[in-house]
Design a protein around this ligand. Structure first.
Ligand code: F6R
Length: 607
C-alpha cells in the first residue's frame, strides 16, 4: 500500500528519497512523487507507473533541496495518473498521505465554495488545501496542522512540507502507521522502519492520534489532545543490507527458500526441545478457561487461520469461529465475554483486521495476535503477542510469513490442548518431535523445485485452474489458488474436494488443470475418489502427494509432485512449498511482475 518518506536533512534529499521509495516498492503502488523546498518555493516531480518513470523525471529535471517528502501511491480515490500522484500541493504546502479521508467530499465542497481550485480527484488534496488555508490566514505550521487534524475523518498518515519553513516537517498518524527516525543531524519520517533502514536504526513509533514536528535535530511529538508526549526510541532490527534478493531472481523465490530457516527460527521460541514441551510467552489469563476461539484475518493469513481451526478443534476440542476480517465487524458477531479472539497478520497493520481487533477488544475478548512485525499496531494492542520470526517479507505474495504463522498456530493448538487436559505428556512430546521435523521436510520439498519448474507450462496456458484438498489440506487448496491468481493472473479456485460434485465439477474439461493436494493418510482415499470423478470427466490432474499416495493414485495423472512422508500435523507447512513454487514458476513462465503483481498492495491499510 502507499508508502511515505520525509527527510529534514543536511544535504540534498531527492536521491535519498528516491532510494527510500525503492525500499517501499514491495508495498505495491501505481504512481510516485517527490517534493522539496528550494529557493523559497515548493518543487514537485511526479510520475505514473513504476519508479523508473519518476527517476527519469528527476534526471531530466533534478530536484534540489535539503528537505523533502516522497510517496508511492496505491490508488483509492482517483485513477493512478500523474495528476493524482502525491505530493499534493498548494503554493504554501505539499503533503503525502496514506489512508482514506472519509469525509473528503464534504470538505472538498466546502473548500470549492470558498473559491479553492482542485487539481486532482484524490481525497488527499483537501488536506493540502485546509492546511494551506490556515497558513495563508497567518497560522504557523503547528497551529495549522493542529486545527485541521480534528476535521479529518478516516485513516491517515501524513507528512507535510511548508514553503516558508524549509527547516521543518510535520507528520501525523491516525489508523495508518508512521515512524520518526533519528539520524546524525537529520530527522526522518517513514511509513515503516524498513523505509528508513539505510538512514537510521533509531525509530520512535507514533501512537494513534499523535502528530509530530521534526527539524534536523529534534522531534516534538504531541498526542491527540495536543499535549507534548515522549514516545520511546527503539533500535529497529532491520538493516539496510537485509533487503536484497540474494542469488534469487525475485524476492518471492528467496522467501520461499528461506522457509526452512525461518520456520525453525520461529519454532525455537515455541518449543522446549529438552523438556519435550510446547511453550508460549507469559500470559495473564488461563488458557484452560478459554471456551471458544474466534479467529479473524485476511487473505493468506485467513487461510492459516482456517488450518488452525482444524487443529484447535481436533487437538484441544475448543470450538472455533472464523471470519474474514472485512465481514467480522459488520455481521455483529456474538462474542461471550472472556472468549479468546485470535488475529493473524503478517504486517500487523491490515486495516480490516485491526478494526476487527478493536471491535473484539470492545466486546471484552482476550486479544491474541500472531504477527510478523513486532512493532506493528496489532502487536502493540495485543494481550498475548505471538510473534512469527519470518523476517521482512518483501514479495507481495505471502510465503514465509504463512508457514511461520502455521508453525505458531500448531504450537498454540498444542498449548490449548494441554491446558484443556487433552494432551498427555507423550502426545505433547510427539507433537514437539513432529514440529521439529518440519524444517527438514520443507527442505526436501524444496528439492523438487526444478521438477515443478519443468511442469509449469502445463498450467501456464490454462484460463482456469482448480485446487482440491480435504481437511487441513482444503485451506491449502484455497491458498494455492490465491497464490496462482495473484501472481500469474490465471483464474483459480480452491474447493473442498468433496464439494466438487455439488457444482464446480461442471467446469471440468481437458483445458482445466486440477491440482489435488492429498498427502497419504486418513483422508487420502476420499480425496482420491473425488480426483477420480474429475479424471472420469476428462480432467487433467496434478497430484501432490507422498510416494505412498503417488504409488496408489498417481497413474493417469497429468503430473505428480512427490513430497516427503510427513505427519498430518506438519503436512500444511510442507505442502505449502510446492503450491508456492508452482504459482511462482507459472508466473515466471508468463512473464508477470512476480514481486509486485498488478493492483495488489503488500499491507492493505485501507478498509
Ligand atoms: C496473499 C497475501 C494477502 C495477505 C492479506 C493479509 O499472498 O499476501 O492475501 O495475506 O492481505 O495481510 P496481513 O497478513 O499483512 O494482514
Amino acid at each position: 500500500m502507499c508508502g511515505i518518506i520525509g527527510i529534514v536533512g543536511k544535504e540534498d534529499v531527492a536521491e535519498r528519497l528516491l532510494d527510500g521509495l525503492k525500499r517501499l516498492e514491495y508495498r505495491g503502488y501505481d504512481s510516485a512523487g517527490i517534493a522539496t523546498v528550494f529557493d523559497g518555493a515548493i518543487e514537485r516531480r511526479r510520475a505514473e507507473g513504476k519508479l523508473g518513470n519518476l527517476a527519469r523525471e528527476l534526471r531530466d529535471e533534478p530536484l534540489p533541496g535539503t528537505i523533502g517528502i516522497a510517496h508511492t501511491r496505491w490508488a483509492t480515490h482517483g485513477a493512478p495518473t500523474t495528476a493524482n500522484a502525491h505530493p499534493h500541493a498548494t503554493r504554501e504546502v505539499a503533503l503525502v498521505h496514506n489512508g482514506i479521508i472519509e469525509n473528503f467530499k464534504q470538505l472538498r465542497e466546502e473548500l470549492i465554495a470558498r473559491g479553492r481550485h482542485f487539481d486532482s480527484q484524490t481525497d488527499t488534496e483537501v488536506v493540502a488545501h485546509l492546511v494551506s488555508e490556515r497558513i495563508e490566514q497567518g497560522a504557523s505550521p503547528e497551529e495549522a496542522v493542529r486545527d485541521v487534524l480534528p476535521r479529518l475523518h478516516g485513516a491517515f498518515a501524513l507528512a507535510i512540507l511548508f514553503r516558508a519553513h524549509p527547516d521543518l516537517l510535520i507528520g501525523a498518524r491516525l489508523g495508518s502507521p508512521l515512524v520518526v527516525g533519528y539520524g546524525d543531524g537529520e530527522t526522518y519520517l517513514g511509513s515503516d522502519a524498513l523505509a528508513l533502514a539505510p538512514l537510521t536504526q533509531k525509530i520512535a513509533y507514533l501512537e494513534e492520534g499523535d502528530w509530530v514536528v521534526i527539524t534536523r535535530t529534534s522531534a516534538q511529538i504531541f498526542d491527540r489532545d495536543n499535549n507534548p508526549v515522549e514516545r520511546p526510541v527503539t533500535v529497529s532490527g532491520v538493516s539496510g543490507a537485509m533487503i536484497d534478493k540474494g542469488n534469487h531472481r525475485h524476492f518471492m523465490a528467496k522467501e520461499i527458500y528461506e522457509q526452512p530457516v525461518v520456520v525453525a527460527q520461529t519454532l525455537r521460541s515455541y518449543l522446549r526441545r529438552m523438556e519435550n514441551q510446547v511453550s508460549l510467552p507469559d500470559m495473564d489469563f488461563d488458557l484452560g478457561q478459554v471456551k471458544r476461539v474466534t479467529i479473524v484475518a485476511c487473505g493468506t493469513s485467513f487461510y492459516a487461520g482456517l488450518v488452525a481451526k482444524y487443529w484447535f478443534e481436533k487437538f484441544a476440542r475448543v470450538p472455533v469461529d472464523i471470519d474474514v476480517a472485512s465481514e467480522f465487524r459488520y455481521r455483529d458477531p456474538v462474542l461471550e465475554p472472556g472468549g479468546l479472539a485470535l488475529f493473524i497478520s503478517q504486517s500487523g497493520e491490515t486495516a480490516d483486521t485491526l478494526a476487527a481487533l478493536r471491535h473484539a477488544k470492545a466486546q471484552s475478548q482476550i486479544i491474541a495476535v500472531v504477527v510478523n512485525v513486532p512493532t506493528s499496531s496489532m502487536a502493540r494492542e495485543a494481550d498475548l503477542l505471538l510473534p512469527t520470526h519470518a523476517g521482512p517479507e518483501i514479495g507481495v505474495a505471502s510465503t514465509k510469513a504463512f508457514t511461520c504463522q502455521l508453525a505458531v498456530l500448531a504450537a498454540l493448538a498444542a498449548n490449548l490442548a494441554r491446558a484443556n487436559g487433552r494432551l498427555s505428556a507423550e502426545e505433547e512430546a510427539e507433537i514437539v518431535w513432529h514440529l521439529s521435523e518440519a524444517p527438514a521436510a520443507m527442505n526436501q520439498a524444496l528439492s523438487h523445485d526444478a521438477e515443478i519448474e519443468a511442469m509449469a507450462h502445463l498450467v501456464a496456458h490454462a484460463r482456469d485452474v482448480l485446487y482440491l484438498g480435504r481437511g487441513p489440506d482444503y485451506p491449502m487448496a484455497l491458498e494455492g489458488a490465491l497464490k496462482l491468481k495473484e501472481i500469474s493472473y490465471i483464474h483459480a479456485e480452491g474447493y473442498a474436494a468433496g464439494e466438487m460434485k455439488h457444482g464446480p465439477i461442471a467446469l471440468i474439461d481437458d483445458n482445466v488443470p486440477v491440482i489435488v493436494i492429498a498427502p497419504s493418510g486418513p483422508l487420502f482415499e476420499k480425496t482420491v475418489s473425488n480426483m477420480q470423478e474429475v479424471q472420469a470427466r476428462g480432467g487433467k490432474v496434478v497430484l501432490i502427494s507422498d510416494a505412498e499416495g503417488i504409488a496408489q493414485a498417481g497413474e493417469g495423472c497429468m503430473a505428480t509432485i512427490e513430497m516427503p512422508k510427513v505427519h498430518p500435523l506438519i503436512a500444511p507447512l510442507v505442502y505449502a512449498v510446492p503450491v508456492q513454487l508452482l504459482a511462482y514458476h507459472v508466473a515466471v513462465a508468463k512473464g508477470t511482475d512476480v514481486d509486485q503483481p498488478r493492483n495488489l498492495a503488500k499491507s492493505v491499510t485501507v478498509e
